[in-house]
Design a protein around this ligand. Structure first.
Ligand SMILES: Cc1cc2nc3c(=O)[nH]c(=O)nc-3n(C[C@H](O)[C@H](O)[C@H](O)COP(=O)(O)OP(=O)(O)OC[C@H]3O[C@@H](n4cnc5c(N)ncnc54)[C@H](O)[C@@H]3O)c2cc1C
Length: 325
């Protein structure tokens, strides 16, 4: 029987949606395979009732809920996760693609002497072979990890699951007594961004802007649109490099991979490195004043026009529409 472990990431006690989707996806694939069990590891205090009705399948979730694990601490988290992985004789460990997992997974792969594959899109139900976009998403390559023990960081598009809720999960407390590293790695300052908006990697609607927005003030229009639609604002690398938007919003090869149902590309040319991050978006709407811009090659709906003319009209019509609802 193969044993798979899923890392469930929490921040401030809230389990990330990306981790929940990942759990459901791995459960779905394990069910197809038929010879595997899935367990989870949740590090840090979190109310497990938030998982009621959102996670699917049967299994066990190990919960290290000690106060000392509240804030991410690489040494402490590595020890807790490695301990469960080894104790339960797991063969694979799965992470959602987040800033935390990009730091934690490499550390764990060294500790566990395991293969690590990042940015994977899982296609094989046998779970042994994974695909990964290469050359900025121009090709999809298949990889078979060499080592028996494997770690995978799955892109958000790979975690889309038809599983929703149902099944029986047991929660087992884990005591990370000797893991407290607070004195060795004190947290000097924690900066929390609270915008009341979904993270761009998890949002169902993303309104992204590029150089064509003309400056940080141009993004005010995108903020309005995102607010009306309940979506998140994203940005091209140019908009981030110019300092108009924070790096957390960058989409593409060196930014985040997104998989929203609806994606707006406003004043974005559609360079291959940007497209690498939106391959799994549902409907793509492009607004660009250059009707030959490459973004129109992949857009489902295209508006050839100036964003400063088109967007205010779009925002006004949406406001009118919502008022009438
Ligand atoms: C190794 C590497 C990694 C990279 N990683 C990323 C990444 O993660 N994400 C990413 O986005 N890029 C990435 N890039 C950069 C990428 O190659 C492009 O340079 C970048 O995506 C271009 O951003 P842009 O579309 O905003 O700007 P531009 O390419 O300058 O395009 C601006 C577009 O806006 C249009 N426009 C201008 N004014 C208006 C207006 N008023 N109304 C409507 N349309 C208008 C123009 O017609 C044009 O199509 C990477 C590059 C490299 C080499």
């Amino acid at each position: 029987m193969n044993k798979f472990l899923v890392f469930l990431e929490q921040r401030e006690g809230v389990v990330k949606k990306a981790s929940v989707s990942l759990w459901n996806r791995i459960q779905e694939l394990a069910a197809l395979r038929g010879d595997s069990v899935v367990s989870g590891i949740l590090v840090g205090p979190a109310d497990i009732r938030q998982l009621d009705g959102v996670i699917a399948g049967d299994g066990v979730i190990y919960h290290a809920k000690a106060e000392s694990c509240r804030l991410y601490n690489q040494e402490c988290y590595t020890r807790v996760v490695a301990d469960i992985f080894q104790r339960e004789a797991c063969t694979a460990l799965y992470f959602a693609d987040t800033a935390m997992s990009r730091e934690l997974a490499p550390r764990l792969s060294v500790r566990l002497q395991a293969s690590l594959l990042t940015g994977c899109t899982m296609s094989d139900p046998a779970l042994d072979c994974v695909s990964r976009p290469v050359y900025s998403g121009s090709f999809l390559a298949s990889f078979v990890p060499k080592r028996h023990q494997r770690l995978f960081i799955l892109s958000s598009s790979a975690s889309i699951s038809s599983y929703s809720a149902g099944g029986h999960i047991d929660f087992i407390d884990v005591d990370p007594q000797s893991f407290s590293m607070e004195n060795i790695f004190p947290v000097v300052r924690q900066i929390v961004m609270r915008e009341g908006r979904p993270d761009v990697a998890e949002a169902r609607i993303v309104v992204a802007g590029g150089r064509g927005m003309g400056g940080s003030e141009g993004f005010a229009l995108l903020e309005q649109l995102a607010l009306l639609l309940g979506g998140a604002v994203g940005a091209s690398r140019t908009a981030v490099d110019e300092g108009w938007r924070p790096h957390a919003e960058q989409i593409g090869q060196t930014g985040k991979t997104v998989a929203p149902a609806l994606y707006f590309a406003c004043g974005i040319s559609g360079a291959v490195q940007h497209r690498a991050g939106i391959g799994s978006a549902g409907i793509v709407v492009a607004i660009n004043r250059d009707r030959h811009a490459p973004i129109f090659d992949i857009a489902d709906y295209g508006i050839a026009g100036d964003v400063h003319n088109v967007l205010p009209k779009l925002v006004d019509s949406l406001k009118d529409f919502l008022k009438k609802q």
